[in-house]
Design a protein around this ligand. Structure first.
Ligand SMILES: NC(=O)c1ccc[n+]([C@@H]2O[C@H](COP(=O)([O-])OP(=O)(O)OC[C@H]3O[C@@H](n4cnc5c(N)ncnc54)[C@H](OP(=O)(O)O)[C@@H]3O)[C@@H](O)[C@H]2O)c1
Length: 300
């Protein structure tokens, strides 16, 4: 049975295990991606109890949202939690904008592409360097009052930018880089989030695939940003032993660890096809003992 959770101080309820969709309709990142695979991945996730779908304008420059719109058509919209993000300026995607007028347009455009009249979560995807963050969040709060979105999120903000954004207590959820091999958020961010009842969603929970254990060599230094490759492999060997006792995969055991972590609200592993989505959703059935949780906590 899929565990459920609540976002921040809102009444948005969702599955603790979600799905990241930067490999759904995101041909700008990977031209080999096929829409049919992305659509099947989203539907497989939903069919296995996942209700939180995490997308962004930047994934396919709106196309990920369009593929998701198609994928969710057969389902009851109210049972799903649609989270999207924007900040990249269309036509100039290396530039960010958080101005109220930009955010209003970004929300309306996302609603149109997703084929819905409300977003469950809207994140400012990246901070720009010129908009007052409280002003940006106030614009989102206006849209919340208008019924266009239900929860306000920010992503890739420094702690100082988050504090500025949350000065009226209106931020509900933060999405940032965090995984067992990238734990900086624990020092300052997590205590702030706890104190302010803000939810946390880690991105790259599987270190972009490295933590599945399937990569035994680093193709072209692709994983260098996640730390020492040899050290991570020895951590994975420890996790593999626990996975074997659960008749589970390494990825499933690690996803179970994130689900059991009290600082994490929803975990959103990415999947490029239905097979990956189904395997990831099955992590809901893995229950770790406290001892196993501690071993994984120390494994890397
Ligand atoms: N807010 C932000 O700025 C930001 C930034 C990055 C990501 N995100 C979000 O966070 C989500 C998660 O991050 P991510 O998808 O980049 O990385 P991730 O969840 O750490 O890893 C996902 C990748 O691991 C591999 N994988 C996943 N499940 C697997 C399975 N069962 N078996 C084998 N391989 C599997 C796939 O890649 P391969 O098949 O290529 O190995 C998949 O694309 C994204 O989808 C996106 O929604 C947000």
């Amino acid at each position: 049975m899929m565990p459920q959770t609540t976002i921040g101080k809102t009444d948005v309820r969702t599955s603790k295990l979600g799905m990241g969709t930067n490999k759904v309709g995101s041909q700008n990142f990977d031209p080999q991606l096929k829409d049919a695979d992305g659509l099947a991945a989203v539907q497989a996730a939903i069919d296995h109890g996942v209700t939180m779908l995490d997308t962004a304008y930047m994934y396919g420059l709106g196309h990920s949202e369009e593929v998701i719109a198609q994928a969710i058509r057969p389902y009851d919209r109210q049972t799903l939690t649609l989270a999207t993000k924007a900040a990249h300026v269309p036509g100039n995607p290396t530039t960010y904008d958080n101005a109220p007028a930009f955010l209003r347009q970004a929300v309306d455009d996302a609603l149109m592409r997703l084929g819905t009249d409300y977003l469950d979560v809207f994140y400012i995807h990246f901070p720009d360097d010129h908009t007052d963050k409280a002003e940006a969040v106030n614009a989102l709060a206006d849209m919340r009052r208008a019924g266009k979105l239900r929860a306000i999120g920010v992503s890739n903000f420094s702690l100082a930018q988050l504090q500025e954004a949350n000065q009226d207590g209106q931020v509900d959820i933060v999405e940032d880089h965090y995984s067992l091999v990238h734990r900086e958020a624990e020092r300052e961010l997590f205590p702030y989030l706890r104190a302010n009842q803000i939810s946390f969603v880690p991105y790259f929970p599987l270190a972009a695939g490295l933590l599945t254990g399937k990569y035994t060599v680093d193709p072209g230094g692709r994983f260098a940003r996640f730390g020492d490759f040899g050290h991570i492999q020895s951590g994975l060997a420890t996790v593999r032993q626990i996975a074997t006792t659960h008749a589970a995969t390494i990825a499933q055991v690690l996803l179970a660890w994130y689900m059991a972590n009290p600082d994490i609200t929803v975990v959103i592993p990415g999947a490029r096809n239905a097979a990956q989505a189904i395997q990831n959703a099955a992590a809901q059935d893995v229950v770790l003992s406290q001892a196993e949780y501690r071993v994984i906590d120390q494994a890397f």
